[in-house]
Design a protein. Sequence first.
Length: 330
Amino acid sequence: MHGGGLRAAAGHYGIAPEQWLDLSTGINPHGYPLPAPPAEVWARLPEPDDGLEVAAARYYGCEGLLPLAGSQAAIQLLPQLRPAAGRVGLLAPSYNEHARAWRMAGHRVEALPALGDAVPAAIEAHLPQLDVLLLVNPNNPTGLRVPVETLLRWHQQLAGRGGWLVVDEAFMDTSPGHSLLTMNGRPGLLVLRSLGKFFGLAGARVGFLAAEPALRAALAERLGPWALSGPGRWAATRALEDRAWQEQARTALTAAGTRLDQLLRRYGIATEGGTALFRWGRHEDAVAIQDALARQAILVRRFDDPASLRFGLPGDEAQWHRLEQALEAL
Ligand SMILES: Cc1ncc(COP(=O)(O)O)c(C=O)c1O
């Protein structure tokens, strides 16, 4: 489920890439404003005591975080740390890379519902048959949020028999009070974080795995030395340390998310969920709406099962206006 299909869309619709308004991702359109890194950051091998781990511990409020070249690095490798042919419960729809990685490593993936009031009961009913429960929380794209107490209850059940609860918190930065990171270190509890969304640093490829020491060590061994680039580490350290920026970004994104929700509803797209960084809703004409917007050089993300659309945030008033005009023309 990647955004970033802009070049393909540009080719398909015959509209130059720079003319598009790309709302197909959940990336902050006003990402962290980085200065250029000092020359030695490019020239020297990155050192583990360069300040990144300290900055991360402060920002996330816990110790025991393994830096990754994006959470994708852990998404790909975690399935290899479990005995083969495990049973893994995953929300559907959700971020596709998880299911792909677990399947590729030979595990059996079970789809769990990601929408509606019956979700917790459905997950609970599946739990006895699962070795791993993997939740994106809040979920991309449905916005489903599972409360901390519920997650901890499920974690206890799984960990009691050697299972894992994996929670991908890629979109948690605007609601840190709902994070499981304060529980870090419990056996069988794994949390993924990313600097790609809230910080808008998807290209820097920085994320973290929070987990018990043995799991972190096993993953670190597979990643090998210098898993992150020096400039990536430097950029992430600056962003994680900048409290003032984080606070204003949280406020601005929350307001923008609400504005997007209201705008979409005004034009008949009933959003059912989302986060500050995107809104999602089912629509039987999802294909036609995506196509009509694309003809006006606005790219949104479409899902087929169920037929639905996800809208990211416009970056400035001109872009908001452009989206509104395009919705009006539908
Ligand atoms: C839910 C979720 N998790 C993880 C990722 C991967 O992020 P990263 O850039 O940290 O690899 C994405 C990217 O779209 C995502 O949506």
